[in-house]
Design a protein around this ligand. Structure first.
Ligand code: GTP
Ligand code: MG
Length: 206
């Protein structure tokens, strides 16, 4: 799939303020600082489409981007929304901010009708983390379909990344009947881009 155009549309404080649900929507979420914005920029091929930051907690609202893609130079254009969501597990957030985040996220995941796929980003430098496991259990309870995306794989030795991913799945296997699809990525090295775009394209055609 080729990305022809990627543009920021709007930031919304709640699902009912989001743009009209007229295109398939792909959302990105994960722990604060996991690399969501960097991954979005890598996938769209635009360096500063989503704001990245070394300080966690940068993304606070539901950020919509409009993407135009095609399967080749001359193929018909597909339009879809890409959404950058604020991360969880940001320790410095106040109690009231956290509650606002929970309400915003729950409303979005339960009610956004055009939501086609959610990508949950997991930092490949660590073994299974409690807040990631809790979050995906919550998604499952809400009946949301998601894939896992292991990020920042350039930052660790391949053997460490492999061990962490295996440990994550071993943990899931103890309680989950079906294991989610996963992607192995590095925004830095542009790793996993083709796989994720091909998956999104396949999803769009269904
Ligand atoms: P919040 O919006 O604050 O929750 O963060 P985020 O998940 O959007 O993370 P962001 O993309 O802003 O990246 C956080 C930091 O990690 C930045 O300093 C990025 O440069 C760095 N980073 C992200 N992805 C990668 C990667 O694949 N490789 C390396 N080496 N660094 C990365
Ligand atoms: Mg971000």
């Amino acid at each position: 799939m080729e990305i022809r155009k990627a543009a920021y549309l709007v930031s919304s404080p709640s699902f009912d303020k989001c743009p009209k649900a007229d295109y398939p929507e792909y959302a990105f979420i994960g722990r604060s600082n996991v690399g969501k914005s960097s991954l979005i920029n890598m996938l769209t091929g635009q360096r500063s489409l989503a704001k990245t930051s070394a300080t966690p907690g940068k993304t606070q609202l539901i950020n919509h981007f409009v993407i135009e893609s095609s399967s080749g130079q001359k193929g018909p254009l597909d339009k879809w929304y890409l959404v950058d969501l604020p991360g969880y597990g940001y320790a410095k957030r106040s109690q009231s901010d956290r509650r606002r985040w929970e309400q915003m996220i729950e409303g979005y995941f339960r009610k956004r009708e055009n939501l086609t796929q959610v990508f949950v980003l997991i930092d490949s430098r660590h073994g299974p983390q409690k807040n990631d496991l809790e979050f995906i259990s919550q998604l499952d309870k809400w009946g949301v379909v998601f894939s896992l995306v292991f990020t920042k794989t350039d930052k660790e030795k391949p053997a460490v990344v492999e061990r962490n991913i295996k440990a994550f799945f071993d943990t899931l296997k103890t309680t989950w009947q079906f294991l989610p699809r996963h992607f192995i990525t590095s925004a830095e090295k542009k790793l996993g881009r083709e796989e994720m775009l091909a998956f999104i394209e396949g999803n769009n055609l269904d």
